[in-house]
Design a protein around this ligand. Structure first.
Ligand code: G3P
Length: 222
């Protein structure tokens, strides 16, 4: 399963990329606005830092605007994936970009039918938002199961399931068990995945024992 970071924060991107954890990045207008600054330089830097796919989202809602913006976004790098919303114009743009060989991520997917239609329109990725479904009392992970089953039934769909709106590490384990292709994680969730209290305690004990050993044997080293 690929891991993307769901952020436009350059420090977080550099930090986790240096650990070799990142296969790509997803951004959206909310994440871009949260970071402030000049979106053009932020997008330019992200596509330089990251080798893998970087989803950059259009803000137009009609077809011709999406096409213009998508083409401009592609100039940030060869690894740009144009992100479009799950709307009729978004699907039309998805089809046009895909025919031109430009990869597309269709976002704001909340049903299996929407995922099916985005795949038909040629999307490289569909982004189902599981946390927002959980928020309204629906089962976000059930949607991932349904989409996985549908795509497995029809191998001619090459569309990858990119699980978005992930809120905690259990979502990640569940998505991996189902066989999602990608999870996109807020930095805080990826940070939590790294941590375990027994790892921390175990390391403290190792180091304390080593210090005691050195007290009686000042010349030892590794
Ligand atoms: O990638 C989509 C994601 O940014 C939405 O997350 O937590 O706002 O539902 P959230």
């Amino acid at each position: 399963m690929k891991i993307f970071l769901d952020t436009a924060n350059l420090d977080s991107i550099k930090k986790f990329n240096d650990m070799g954890l990142l296969d790509g990045i997803t951004t959206n207008p909310s994440l871009m606005s949260k970071e402030g600054g000049n979106p053009k330089s932020v997008m330019g830097e992200i596509t330089q830092i990251i080798q893998g796919d970087v989803s950059l989202e259009v803000v137009s809602t009609e077809y011709s605007g999406m096409m213009e913006e998508g083409k401009r976004l592609c100039e940030y790098g060869d690894n740009v994936v144009v992100k479009v919303p799950m709307t009729p114009d978004g699907l039309k743009a998805c089809k046009s970009f895909s025919l031109d060989g430009i990869p597309v991520n269709v976002t704001l997917i909340f049903s299996a039918n929407q995922a099916l239609l985005a795949a038909k329109a040629g999307a490289k990725y569909v982004s189902p938002f599981i946390g927002r479904l959980d928020d309204i009392g629906q089962d976000g992970m059930r949607l991932i199961q349904d989409i996985r089953q549908i795509f497995n039934n029809y191998p001619e769909f090459k569309t990858q399931i990119l699980v978005a709106s992930i809120r905690h590490p259990v979502h990640v384990v569940d998505a991996a068990k189902i066989g999602a292709d990608v999870v996109t994680l807020p930095p805080a969730v990826l940070e939590k995945m790294l941590q375990h209290p027994l790892t921390k305690i175990g390391l403290e004990n190792f180091l304390a024992d080593w210090e005691k050993f050195k007290e009686g044997n000042p010349d030892v080293s590794i």
